[in-house]
Write a protein that binds this ligand. Structure first.
Ligand code: HEC
Ligand code: HEC
Ligand code: HEC
Ligand code: HEC
Length: 191
């Protein structure tokens, strides 16, 4: 029993130790042309404005149609698919106090910066929270096969992961054909 409790505690500890770090962090190492410029490909792709999309007139009318009371960019019903890691340790709905902090409060400023970097469908929406795999040594280990992605929270993205958001719970759902859609967001290393 004691052992199980310990093990449980340890697993929960591991779960919460993996934190979302935001796209800017990934950009520092994944934006060279020579290696496929994943950040630029993402920035020019369909996922990089998912949060801003919630502020458009189209979103406001979609929200009306589904009977939403609050603004779409402040509604859990929309945020869960239009931000990174919503309610999984990533993006959170925050009040005015959080956004309008004292200008000299450095800690609050940092927290705001991190939250802004979790708007949209960032790298970590598909690759998993980055705190445990973002170190160069770990990343190289994974690519050489000496470290498994799993052990540091790096997911292997596949169709099942896309349909967490691309499904009929989306008020603007378009039939999702993986083979076709993946081409629109692919960011491989060059041959
Ligand atoms: C300090 C630099 C650095 C940072 C920060 C970083 N990476 Fe990496 N990443 C690398 C290196 C180096 C490789 C190995 C391949 C290569 O040389 O580009 C790699 C490989 C990968 C791979 C391929 C792994 C495989 O299976 O072969 C993925 C996916 C990845 N990174 C995603 C991310 C994401 C998402 C983030 C942000 C949360 C991130 N990386 C942050 C340096 C970094
Ligand atoms: C966390 C939720 C989420 C995940 C996971 C996700 N998407 Fe999306 N995707 C969105 C949202 C939201 C939009 C619409 C963004 C906008 O219009 O600003 C979108 C738009 C797109 C578009 C462009 C619009 C369209 O429907 O043709 C493509 C292509 C796409 N996603 C492909 C994928 C693929 C392939 C995967 C899996 C590898 C994936 N997405 C995973 C949320 C997600
Ligand atoms: C289950 C995930 C999910 C939820 C919940 C969700 N969306 Fe989306 N949203 C998507 C995806 C995926 C797309 C890309 C188009 C598609 O295939 O549905 C998208 C696209 C959009 C677009 C762009 C229009 C288009 O056709 O591409 C708007 C506007 C939008 N969503 C508004 C909203 C609003 C407002 C809410 C909350 C009431 C919401 N969404 C909730 C997943 C979701
Ligand atoms: C919509 C989901 C999605 C998003 C967002 C996303 N990726 Fe990926 N990424 C994938 C998929 C799917 C693959 C291919 C995995 C495979 O082939 O097994 C991939 C592969 C990679 C690879 C390996 C390339 C190769 O040729 O093996 C790297 C590196 C990478 N992504 C980095 C990033 C970075 C950095 C970001 C953010 C700037 C990002 N990804 C955003 C889904 C995503």
């Amino acid at each position: 029993m004691k052992y199980i409790v310990l093990l449980l505690g340890f697993s929960i500890g591991l779960l919460f130790s993996q934190d979302y770090v935001g796209v800017k962090k990934c950009k520092t190492c994944h934006n060279s042309k020579k290696k496929g410029a994943q950040y630029t490909v993402w920035k020019n792709g369909p996922h990089a404005n998912a949060f801003e999309t919630l502020k458009t007139n189209e979103a406001i009318s979609v929200a009306k149609e589904v009977g939403l009371k609050e603004n779409p960019w402040e509604s859990p019903q929309c945020l869960r698919c239009h931000t990174t890691g919503y309610e999984k340790g990533g993006y959170e709905l925050k009040g005015d106090d959080f956004w309008n902090h004292e200008p000299e409060d450095k800690k609050a400023k940092k927290a705001v910066k991190r939250m802004v970097a979790l708007q949209d469908i960032g790298c970590e929406s598909c690759h998993g929270p980055g705190s445990d795999y973002k170190k160069k040594k770990t990343m190289v280990g994974i690519s050489l096969g000496s470290i498994t992605g799993e052990s540091v929270g790096l997911w292997t993205p596949d169709e099942a992961m896309c349909v967490v958001c691309h499904n009929q719970a989306s008020p603007t759902y378009k039939v999702f054909n993986y083979e076709e859609r993946i081409k629109q967001v692919a960011h491989p290393y060059p041959e």
